[in-house]
Write a protein that binds this ligand. Structure first.
Ligand SMILES: [Zn+2]
Length: 253
């Protein structure tokens, strides 16, 4: 299994080594959010064979990041285990007032993805249309993108597929009241889905409310199997293959 999007900051877990140990036969792609995460994430990928990374600056830091932070991201994009740029995008949930700054940071990082031919991992919250438009205007056609923890509509999902896009599916799918995402999983081909946990957040049922960790990805896979009426094994095989393609990992496994 590949957890295509998680955070493994030491400070978030009682024992991060145990969390990593629990995924020892599987792969994790750890994402940075804050520029301060970069060093810790690079350490992780250099000390663990089964951990890879996507690096980038989350829109939450649009007001506070420095040019040097961006230079650091660019520097590590050449690292053989950095498989994408992310999570980047727009977040209007807490504030829209710095919209221009968020857009500028997003655009600059899309340009880096084009330059280094890296997959883009998108974070978008309450900003789907702007995110889509900026991506469409700035991303080179052949660059792949993944909407992590997808929460948009089925119609938008179909447009995103035309942009060479896929969808990260996590714990939200298992929530009892979640209908829209279940519909999307049912309607679209399995090839467009990646498994993710977004640990330590968004813990799937039956552990909702507790801290999430990558090993819980199996509950997301089980839910997809149930919705699509296919075997769990098939879901694991297909989503693993999807992830390897999405992040061009074939030669580095
Ligand atoms: Zn995340």
């Amino acid at each position: 299994m590949i957890d295509t999007h998680c955070h493994l900051n030491k400070e978030d877990y009682d024992d991060v080594n145990k969390v990593i140990e629990n995924m020892k036969d599987n792969i994790m792609i750890v994402s940075t959010a804050s520029p301060n995460d970069l060093k810790e994430v690079i350490d992780l990928i250099e000390t663990h064979k089964n951990i890879y990374a996507t690096i980038g600056i989350h829109p939450e830091f649009a007001d506070t990041y420095t040019e040097d932070d961006l230079k650091q991201v660019e520097k590590y994009l050449n690292h053989p285990k950095v498989v994408g740029i992310g999570e980047i995008g727009l977040d209007y949930h807490y504030t829209k007032e710095n919209k221009e700054k968020q857009e500028e940071l997003f655009r600059k990082q899309i340009i880096l993805a084009n330059k280094y031919k890296k997959t883009i991992v998108i974070h978008t919250r309450d900003a789907m249309l702007d995110t889509y438009n900026i991506l469409k205007e700035n991303k080179n056609k052949n660059i792949k993108c993944n909407f992590h923890c997808y929460s948009g509509s089925l119609e938008m999902a179909k447009e995103i597929i035309k942009l060479n896009g896929t969808f990260g599916i996590g714990g939200v799918l298992t929530f009892k009241n979640e209908k829209k995402l279940k519909e999307i999983v049912k309607e679209l081909d399995l090839k467009y889905f990646l498994l993710e946990t977004d640990s330590p957040y968004l813990t799937p049922e039956p552990f909702r409310g507790q801290k999430n960790e990558p090993k819980n990805i199996e509950y997301v896979a089980k839910k997809i199997a149930e919705i699509k009426k296919i075997s769990y094994k098939k879901v694991i095989e297909a989503t693993t293959e999807n992830a390897i393609y999405q992040f061009d990992m074939k030669n580095s496994l």
